[in-house]
Design a binder for this molecule. Structure first.
Ligand SMILES: [Zn+2]
Length: 296
């Protein structure tokens, strides 16, 4: 890249990402907060700092405006995302489809994705980017995405601890490794250069998950912020891409929400600084793909 790029992608799914388990009251509270406070706050901050983000949206959220069930339908939020400048609506499949789950196959995925792309199209949105639920990237399904007009997906960070696995089969040392890696530099900066793929769709790997505030690790929280800021600086100085992601509900509710918003504010202000100093730019996944493919 000729300059550093800061990319943000958000997995927008509300209760559809949790269908396996009954929703606890604290999750319900977080999700209500997400719609009422979280998304408007993020959009305001994105506008202020000229952040271009991709909202990987579960297709079922398009099926109602939220009055019927605010945890499952979110057309009102989708419209407010679209009315904020430089935001991209991508897909997180129609039903929050897990591509490595047992018992599903290519055809099931193809029809799910067709529904996701179709419901967006009927709302005037052309889907170009995908984030696979639970980050379960299934290489065999990338062609199906391409057939639906998708040009990029979010891959997993390169390090062993971020490898995609079927739900529940993840070794403990991977989870602990990722937790520790949020605070101290184990896997490196995870910033990367991007080249036009010779075939297929572009992989825009995640660099880091924006892990919410953890009151049990309160003492270490400043380290987590420092880790992200130093990754960003590294990317800005070396003309690399840095890709941060989270679920809007990760910002939480109540007091936790305030801490996370403060954290986010610091990250975005730092981006503004890097943009002035090193010319770092913010691009959503769609824009980044256009840039990479136009370059060659
Ligand atoms: Zn998800």
């Amino acid at each position: 890249m000729e300059r550093g790029v800061f990319t943000i992608s958000l997995d927008f799914e509300l209760a559809w990402g949790m269908e396996e388990k009954p929703l606890s009251p604290s999750f319900q509270q977080k999700m209500l907060w997400e719609v009422q406070k979280g998304i408007p706050t993020m959009l305001e901050l994105f506008k202020k700092h000229k952040i271009h983000a991709t909202w990987a949206t579960v297709g079922l959220l398009f099926s109602g405006n939220g009055k019927e069930d605010p945890l499952r339908y979110a057309m009102t939020s989708i419209k407010s995302i679209l009315s904020c400048p430089n935001q991209e609506i991508g897909t997180h499949t129609f039903t929050h489809y897990c591509c490595l789950a047992d018992g599903q196959d290519k055809d099931d995925f193809a029809s799910d994705l067709k529904n996701a792309v179709g419901i967006a199209r009927r709302n005037g949105i052309k889907i170009k980017s995908i984030v696979f639920p639970h980050n379960q990237v299934n290489e065999e399904y990338l062609q199906i995405c391409q057939k639906e007009g998708i040009t990029a997906f979010r891959g997993n960070p390169q390090s062993w601890m971020y490898e995609a696995r079927k739900g529940g089969k993840e070794p403990l040392f991977c989870r602990l490794g990722r937790l520790a890696d949020s605070y101290i530099n184990i896997s490196g900066h995870n910033a990367f250069d991007l080249k036009k793929p010779s075939a297929g769709i572009l992989n825009i790997p995640a660099s880091r998950f924006f892990r919410p505030y953890d009151r049990f690790l309160a003492f270490f929280e400043p380290l987590k912020l420092r880790r992200i800021l130093s990754d960003m600086k590294y990317a800005a100085k070396n003309n690399l891409v840095y890709h941060l992601w989270w679920h809007p509900y990760n910002l939480g509710a109540g007091r936790e929400f305030k801490k996370n918003v403060q954290f986010l504010r610091e990250i975005l202000s730092y981006f503004s600084e890097l943009s002035l100093k090193y010319g770092m730019e913010s691009l959503n996944m769609g824009e980044l793909t256009n840039k990479v493919t136009a370059n060659d």
